[in-house]
Design a protein around this ligand. Structure first.
Ligand code: GDG
Length: 504
């Protein structure tokens, strides 16, 4: 593998994402910034500093004063060690490109929820316009040798805009969310435009083989003049004299950092207090942003089913369900919140006994310390999205499970399943009784079995961490070799088992 840090830095790295990796705050004294959280920025920052680099993204403030934003970013750039450049968006652009096209069309469609889509034609024009705006900023910033790495579903058409502007740089793209199968993708009124725009990149990274396969099948079906073959783990697509490579690069976390922080005293104390308040019971942890892709209502029904079918679990198990507020001003999201709260109320009303409330429901953002405390102390993590690009919560739980006594129950439709399927308990997130069985299996699993599985899960996530992911993508962009990822064979539910979730 090419060590990017040892390359001579003639080629800078330009990262482009919808949001910048800093949060800009307004106050009476003007503007200030604080670092955003997340493994992506932690992993990319050293590479950006070393090679020289620029991060381009929206400032996070609609209709903001450009000069003031540029000034505050200039100061933060010195601190970050690489340059931060803002793309400014109007409130209207934000409404139509971000809330509209990205989050009312691409987000639900790419998570197989076409009935949630709102195919408003004005959103498409805004999406193209904002992608062009991003492209203009990239064009202005890039030198001919720079490698440009664009992230996620907000910017699918940026490369074609760049090519129209005459930009010849190598362009990489990584999709953080799933790519849907052809039957679903063809519902998109702008399916040809989106797909052909993607072919303006040189390297397209997906989270899993499943997503890469879906993309290739869509290209085969809709862009029949494109020739496709596979080579060295990539799919190579040839169209209009250009070659595009598609590969699977499962994203990960900074394992060492999570492990180390989970070990510190504040987290150990927080973990101790959580269990002290819930003595003699196993804690089942669910943590999700308020979103209909997370499968929260089915999960609550599964917990209800487990309590109904297995009375021996009463008073011995507590579900801590954290829901992080998100988009509550949108009616669909508020409806979901009401549904979750109704279910929690119903289940608690039915099963609560003196000294035991089966579901502890938290509707707020946890501090990092609280989050790690829950990760460290929960005996079971219940992660059941109906579809998810990867799901970093699963990997973070594993990294923080220092005692190696936790059980991971994981949806078959989370991208993380491709790497973790051997040692997690897999469930179909629509199968309430299957999930209820998996909860019982986890609850009764022996200490030895838990340990055996968790140690292997930890070894996998430790080995394939976020640094390896960054290195692998950049390596593939430069050297044309496939990233060595033996553990991401596509997960297919076993045909001979009627209930893969609990077959061990
Ligand atoms: C996309 C894809 C893909 C959550 N609650 C709290 C909190 N979190 C942090 C977790 C984790 C992150 O948020 C959520 O990570 P996910 O992987 O679930 O998803 P996203 O970043 O939203 O979205 C996803 C990912 O991109 C990466 O490619 O895995 O599939 O949808 O890091 O720790 N953090 C704190 N308090 C909380 O209450 N502090």
């Amino acid at each position: 593998m090419v060590d990017m840090t040892q390359q001579q830095h003639s080629s800078r790295l330009i990262i482009v994402s919808n949001r910048l990796p800093v949060v800009i705050e307004r106050s009476d004294d003007g503007m200030s910034t604080r670092p955003g959280s997340g493994g992506l920025v932690t992993a990319l920052a050293p590479v950006l500093r070393d090679r020289g680099g620029i991060w381009i993204g929206w400032s996070g403030l609609p209709d903001a004063d450009r000069d003031a934003v540029d000034q505050v970013l200039k100061e933060s750039s010195v601190f970050a060690g690489y340059e931060l450049r803002a793309v400014s968006l109007t409130a209207r652009e934000l409404e139509e490109y971000y809330h509209g096209f990205a989050n009312e069309i691409l987000w639900p469609l790419f998570h197989d929820l076409q009935s949630h889509c709102h195919f408003d034609p004005s959103y498409w024009a805004a999406y193209r316009g904002v992608n062009r705006k991003f492209a203009e900023h990239i064009h202005a910033a890039a030198a001919p040798d720079d490698f440009i790495w664009i992230h996620d579903y907000h910017l699918l058409t940026a490369a074609t805009e760049l090519r129209e502007m005459g930009v010849r740089n190598r362009l990489g793209f990584f999709l953080h969310i799933p790519f849907p199968p052809p039957d679903i993708f063809i519902k998109l009124p702008w399916r040809f435009q989106i797909l052909s725009a993607m072919l303006a990149f040189d390297l397209i990274g997906f989270q899993t083989m499943r997503d890469k396969r879906n993309f290739v099948q869509c290209v085969r079906m809709l862009l029949s003049e494109t020739r496709v073959h596979s080579q060295g783990g990539f799919h190579i697509l040839n169209s209009a004299g250009r070659e595009v490579r598609a590969g699977a690069f499962p994203i990960s976390i900074d394992f060492a950092e999570f492990e180390q922080r989970a070990r510190n005293r504040e987290v150990a104390e927080s973990a101790w207090y959580i269990h002290e308040a819930l003595p003699d019971r196993q804690i089942v942890l669910g943590i999700d942003r308020l979103d209909y892709t997370k499968g929260i209502p089915y999960r609550l029904e599964a917990f209800r089913s487990a309590l109904s079918r297995h009375p021996e679990m009463h008073e011995k198990i507590t579900l801590v369900q954290v829901v992080v507020p998100s988009r509550v001003d949108i009616p669909k999201y508020n409806d979901l919140k009401i549904e979750i709260e109704r279910l929690v109320g119903d289940i608690n009303g039915e099963f609560t006994r003196s000294g035991w409330v089966p579901i502890h429901y938290i509707f707020r953002h946890l501090t990092r310390g609280e989050l790690l405390g829950y990760y460290r102390t929960a005996e079971i993590a219940l992660i059941t999205p109906i579809k998810d690009g990867m799901n970093l919560v699963a990997k973070e739980y594993i990294a923080c499970n220092l005692e190696a006594n936790g059980v991971l129950i994981l949806s078959e439709f989370a991208g993380a399943v491709a790497q973790l399927h051997r040692d997690a308990l897999l469930v179909n997130p629509y199968d309430i009784e299957g999930m209820s069985d998996a909860l019982h299996t986890a609850f009764t699993m022996t200490h030895e079995e838990r340990r055996r599985r968790m140690l292997r899960l930890r070894a996998t996530v430790r080995r394939y961490d976020i640094y390896r992911w960054v290195e692998g993508f950049l390596d593939a962009a430069v050297s044309r070799h496939l990233y060595d990822f033996p553990v991401i064979s596509e997960y297919i539910p076993p045909a001979d088992s009627p209930d893969p979730g609990v077959s061990i």
